[in-house]
Unconditional design. Structure first.
Length: 162
């Protein structure tokens, strides 16, 4: 049984709604990450500018995707999203590594840090038991990048013939 006209219209509206929802989630993720970085005054060293550049790239990619959904634009936006994913992975590593480096200076572990197994040391760094860096905060960039990738998969316009 072929779909009715009403079913076709609902399917088109659904595809457009999903795309707009993804755009909104990406924009919200970018704004949230920017506010978090600003609240943390995340601009003290060149490494701390990496997420700012990544956010600018995500924002630019989002705007370009909203204006043009050509095949070339889709490839460029996907490339930007993949680069931001790599930057996010670097951020997670950098935060965990910074926490690990602080382990020997933590008053709770200063006397015993060297006697802890490497697995325990890295676990404490990952869980922020030592060090000030939030290990999963860079994941906000990854989330926005993945949502942007999903947005490139949603159709830009509802197809007339569904």
């Amino acid at each position: 049984m072929p779909p009715t006209n009403a079913q076709t219209q609902i399917a088109r509206l659904g595809a457009v709604t999903v795309r707009l929802g993804l755009f909104g989630l990406v924009a919200l993720g970018i704004l949230g990450a920017a506010l978090e970085l600003a609240f943390e005054r995340h601009w003290q060293s060149w490494q701390q500018f990496v997420p700012w550049v990544a956010l600018l790239a995500l924002g630019a990619a989002l705007v370009v995707l909203a204006l043009d959904a050509s095949p070339l634009t889709l490839k460029v936006v996907r490339g930007i999203a993949l680069v931001v994913l790599l930057a996010s992975a670097y951020g997670v590593y950098a935060h965990i590594s910074a926490n690990h480096d602080m382990g020997a200076f933590d008053p709770r572990y200063a006397d015993t840090w060297q006697t802890l197994s490497p697995l325990t040391q890295w676990w404490y760094a990952l869980t922020k038991s030592v060090g000030p860096a939030p290990p999963l905060a860079p994941g906000m960039l990854a989330q926005s990048a993945l949502l942007l990738l999903l947005t490139t998969l949603a159709p830009a316009k509802a197809k007339e013939n569904a």
